[in-house]
Design a protein around this ligand. Structure first.
Ligand code: OFO
Length: 168
């Protein structure tokens, strides 16, 4: 059984994962419209992965005797000033998610909910992978410089998002 405090944080996380999915969907659509198929493909896959995370939280809350709350849609930004800036935003968002997961783990320890704490370890590891994957992209962007985004876009076409092979 979930404590009220843990259930509230898990439901808040459902909303955050849903927003992550929308945010990356919006970025994917923007990149597609700008003519970057590689970048948009990576972001569409990332958006799907975030939706999967949201579902995992929903199932977990319901399976543990709680009630998952499905959030309303919050509109993500529709415009980005550039590719570099957009990936900086992806990194900031992932760091925000990492901090949020850590907050839930801390609450689980406080509430002695070791079952949820144990289940969350998958997300703790996932965040390490996701931040590393975005850092790899930021490193590549630094190497190519702003004048060769075309080559970067070709390169990212073959990149994997964590857990999802984006190469066809
Ligand atoms: Fe980015 O892993 Fe979920 O949010």
């Amino acid at each position: 059984m979930l404590s009220t405090k843990v259930e509230e944080l898990l439901n808040a996380q459902i909303e955050k994962e849903g927003y992550s999915s929308l945010l990356y969907l919006s970025m994917a659509s923007w990149a597609e419209e700008q003519g970057y198929p590689g970048i948009s493909k990576w972001l569409y896959a990332q958006s799907d992965e975030e939706k999967g995370h949201m579902l995992e939280f929903i199932h977990f809350v319901n399976d543990r005797g709680g009630k998952a709350v499905i959030p309303g849609l919050k509109k993500p930004p529709a415009e980005h000033s550039g590719i570099q800036e957009m990936f900086n935003d992806v990194m900031s968002h992932e760091q925000f998610i990492t901090a949020s997961i850590n907050d839930i783990v801390a609450m689980c320890i406080e509430e002695r909910d070791f079952t949820t704490q144990n289940w969350l370890q998958g997300f703790v590891s996932e965040q390490i992978e996701e931040e590393a994957s975005v850092q790899e992209i930021l490193d590549k962007l630094k190497l190519v410089g702003s004048n060769n985004i075309y080559m970067f876009d070709r390169d990212i076409l073959g990149m994997r998002t964590s857990g999802t092979d984006t190469a066809e």
